[in-house]
Design a protein around this ligand. Structure first.
Ligand SMILES: *Cc1c(COP(=O)(O)O)cnc(C)c1O
Length: 401
């Protein structure tokens, strides 16, 4: 019975969905805490965390409560009016982020579009029309045309040409290359502090300090894309706190809504440059999303989940280092619960597939890299369960080669 149900659903997938992603032949149906279940009732321990999104785990009570309460009160007010949760969340988020003003949207790409627009506005108003933005090779900033153009993915270079003009890509942690790319047309530098999709590579402290200095020297904006690193993921509420260097603009997404579509662009009062009509959106500051954002952030703070991310991240790194004595695990890296390690070239997808069969979700980021981004509620026991399955999967992988 159950099997036929799944087979029928998979047939529908082939028939009615555009093929935009390779997905395994299972259908997810339910989630709770660290686990998801498929339509055959198989349970999966989730170290993909809804793609670094499910910061509070699956179907968290705080989110359910906020949605239920707000949906019975006011679902949508129109972007043309203030609403109560919009103002309450803006106040909370600015008070904990070191930033002064917020603009809300639904996806990370939109938050970054807003940052790009703000940088161009700054160029137009303050820098004689400068519009170029320097970003990093291997970076990821989203899938709208402008954010794809900002993204430094080699495979996207020719995709959907012509790209949006005005982006220059430079290698990470190479200050000279960045300096050399600055012209009188440059208005901003935009970076991820730990490149999430690009392989989990962090910027060096000296490099980030250098970027801050370059921006200060030329009056350019320093933009941190904290869509993946923000809201506790790296073991601090914001990754910039590891460096003690503040941005002029910061974007947030993924974990900010813990699964509800929500993103934000934050900036300092000094760059409060948009005029009415410059930027907006039907869902900007919509009550449901704002109520969720508030509840998620309040929960993160109350339970000190950034501290848990730090502690569990250390525990996982130590355990992986031990495991690397027995299995081909190299280059263990990352911060907090944004972690990755390398496996022999060409084996990452196979390792992830074996883990899936054994009830563990991990993300093969490319042909030789595994990324771990579990919910921030992960416990030592969850990590031990993950490590046990991973150990078995390495055994199976070695037997197979
Ligand atoms: C995921 C991600 C984005 C894009 O967010 P979407 O919600 O998919 O539009 C942008 N920047 C970074 C660093 C990300 O990890």
């Amino acid at each position: 019975m159950e099997k036929t149900k799944t087979a029928a659903l998979l047939e529908t997938a082939g028939k009615s969905l555009l093929f935009t992603a390779k997905r395994p032949n299972i259908v997810m149906e339910r989630g709770e805490g660290m686990y998801m279940w498929d339509t055959d009732g198989n349970r999966y321990l989730d170290f993909v965390g809804g793609w670094a999104v499910a910061s509070l785990g699956h179907s968290p009570a705080a989110l359910q409560k906020a949605l239920t309460k707000q949906s019975a009160t006011l679902v949508h007010a129109s972007p043309g009016y203030y609403n109560r949760p919009m103002l309450e969340f803006a106040e909370l988020l600015t008070s904990v982020s070191g930033m002064d003003k917020a603009f809300f949207a639904s996806s990370g790409a939109e938050a970054n579009e807003s940052a790009i627009k703000l940088a161009r506005k700054h160029g137009a108003v303050n820098l004689n029309g400068a519009y170029e933005i320097i970003t990093l090779t291997n970076s990821f900033h989203g899938r709208s045309l402008a954010t794809m153009s900002a993204t430094g993915k080699e495979q996207w270079k020719e995709l959907f040409a012509p790209k949006v003009d005005g982006f220059k890509h430079v290698p990470i942690n190479d200050l000279d290359a960045c300096f050399a790319a600055v012209t009188n047309q440059t208005c901003a530098i935009m970076v991820e502090l730990v490149q999430g999709e690009g392989g989990v590579h962090a910027v060096d402290e000296a490099y980030l300090y250098g970027l801050r200095k370059i921006c200060d020297m030329y009056g350019m904006l320093l933009i941190f894309d904290e869509i993946q690193t923000g809201l506790g993921r790296t073991g601090k509420l914001f990754a910039y706190e590891h460096y003690g260097i503040q941005p002029d603009v910061m974007t947030l997404g993924k974990g900010i809504g813990a699964g509800f579509p929500l993103s934000a662009m934050l900036t300092k009062s000094k760059y409060d440059l948009f005029e009415p009509g410059d930027q907006g959106g039907t869902y900007t500051g919509a009550p449901l999303a704002m109520a969720v954002g508030y509840a998620v952030l309040a929960e993160l703070l109350e339970r000190n989940l950034a501290d848990n991310a730090y502690a569990q991240g250390r525990y996982l790194v130590n355990a992986l280092q031990k495991l690397s004595a027995e299995f081909p695990i190299t280059a263990i890296r990352g911060k907090g619960l944004l972690l990755a390690f390398d496996v022999p070239e060409g084996t990452a997808a196979e390792l992830a597939a074996i883990c899936l069969r054994e009830g563990l979700l991990i993300n093969s980021l490319n042909s030789s890299t595994i990324r771990l981004v579990p919910p921030l509620i992960v416990s030592q026991r969850d990590s031990d369960e993950m490590l046990g399955i991973l150990r078995g999967a390495f055994g199976q992988l070695q037997a197979a080669i």
